[in-house]
Design a protein around this ligand. Structure first.
Ligand SMILES: [Ca+2]
Ligand SMILES: [Ca+2]
Length: 424
């Protein structure tokens, strides 16, 4: 700075020298004055600069001192700051670590948040469903409450009914006990009745058998009754004729009575005549009976004659089966073969006694054969026949007209004596 001031002083002295030298050399007073003025101005200017410069220097020194002091203070602050900086760096590291941890934690929390959001959505959906379900359940609950009220009413009614039924049940139980007792008695009675029923059933079976026999007998009697009815009709005709005759006689008698009234004298004679007529009537009645017997015998003969026309006739005497057969053969015939129901009915209708027919099992026991050696196809056996009765050797067959028309054959011992019925 000192050199700077020296140089400026030297520069100003040089400039004053030149101006002074120039003014003197030229010799002009104005110019010398101007130069002097100018030189003075320069001097003042330089002085101002110097003063300013000194002032600035002083300020700079103060400032430097001040700066030194402040620099010392700054150093201390800097140390302090350095320490602070170090501790802050340490804290920053810790904070970085902390930030790192927090970032991881935040990431974890973000994931949790996402999953929770997902769950929340699901739960929202679930809540929606549950709300709908709850609404449905509320409706159900309302209807069930309604039903419950109805059921309570029903329960009340049923309870009353139950009490009523309980009473009925009690009385019925009492009655049941009585009925049980009654049932016991009835069971004993029933057992007794069952025994009675069994014995009656047995008797009924016996009676059934008896009824069957009686039915057969009745049928036979019916046939006899029919033939007697026929005879009765004939006799009724005869009686009718006789009644007419009697009526005629009655008329005669009436006219005679009339005449008797008119001719009392002739009464006696007429009475005698009447008596005579009565006798005549009696003898005529006798003759009528004789004629009826004659008619009957002629009918029998007529039947026999018609049988002869069929080629049928009876043997004349009682003989064994073989002798009867021989009788038929001697008359150009043989014992009869009955192989149709019609023939069985026809023969049973006019036979009056038991007769041999042309059937036997002489050759082979149980194998019934006709006299033409043909097998029997249809038998009209009486009840229980053929039976070889009581172990006897019954091999020849008889027809018994006293039995049923279609059940009147019987096996007999061939040596029994009977008439036979022959067929040409
Ligand atoms: Ca036999
Ligand atoms: Ca027998």
């Amino acid at each position: 700075q000192f050199s700077n001031y020296s140089m400026i002083t030297i520069f100003i002295r040089i400039l004053m020298f030149f101006f002074l030298a120039g003014g003197l050399s030229i010799g002009n007073k104005c110019v010398v004055l101007s130069t002097v003025c100018f030189s003075l101005m320069c001097i003042f200017l330089v002085a101002a600069i110097v003063v300013l410069h000194i002032k600035l220097t002083a300020e700079r020194e103060v400032q430097a001192t001040h700066m030194l002091q402040s620099s010392s203070r700054d150093q201390t602050e800097k140390d302090l700051l350095q320490n602070s900086f170090n501790s802050l760096s340490q804290k920053k590291l810790e904070l970085d670590s902390r930030v790192k941890d927090l970032t991881a934690e935040k990431s974890q929390l973000q994931n949790n948040f996402n999953s929770l959001s997902q769950k929340k959505l699901e739960l929202d959906s679930r809540v929606k469903d549950l709300t709908a379900e709850k609404s449905q359940l509320q409706n159900n609950f309302n209807s069930l409450s309604q039903k419950k009220l109805e059921l309570e009413t029903r329960v009340k009614d049923l309870t009353a009914e139950k009490i009523h039924l309980q009473n009925n049940f009690s009385s019925l139980s009492q009655k049941k006990l009585e009925l049980d007792s009654r049932v016991k008695d009835l069971t004993a009675e029933k057992s007794q009745l069952q025994n009675n029923f069994n014995s009656l059933s047995q008797k009924k079976l016996e009676l059934d058998s008896r009824v069957k026999d009686l039915t057969a007998e009745k049928s036979q009697i019916q046939n006899n009754f029919n033939s007697l009815s026929q005879k009765r009709l004939e006799l009724e005709t005869r009686v009718k004729d006789l009644t007419a005759e009697k009526s005629q006689l009655q008329n005669n008698f009436n006219s005679l009575s009339q005449k008797k009234l008119e001719l009392e004298t002739r009464v006696k004679d007429l009475t005698a005549e009447k008596s005579q007529l009565q006798n005549n009537f009696n003898s005529l009645s006798q003759k009528k009976l004789a004629l009826e017997r004659r008619v009957t015998s002629l009918s029998e003969e007529l039947k026999k004659e018609s049988s002869k026309q069929d080629g049928l006739f009876m043997s004349s005497e009682l003989k064994s089966w073989s002798d009867s057969r021989q009788y038929c053969r001697d008359h150009g015939a043989d014992l009869i073969i009955i192989n149709t129901e019609e023939k069985q009915r026809h023969i049973s209708s006019f036979i009056k006694e038991s007769v041999w027919i042309g059937l036997s099992d002489t050759e082979n026991e149980g194998n019934m054969k006709w006299v033409d050696n043909s097998q029997m196809k249809q038998g009209y056996w009486a009840r229980g026949e053929p039976n070889n009765f009581q172990g006897r050797n019954e091999d020849c067959i008889e027809l018994m007209p006293s039995d049923l028309i279609l059940n009147n054959w019987n096996d007999r011992s061939c040596s029994e004596k009977k008439k036979g019925i022959c067929e040409k």
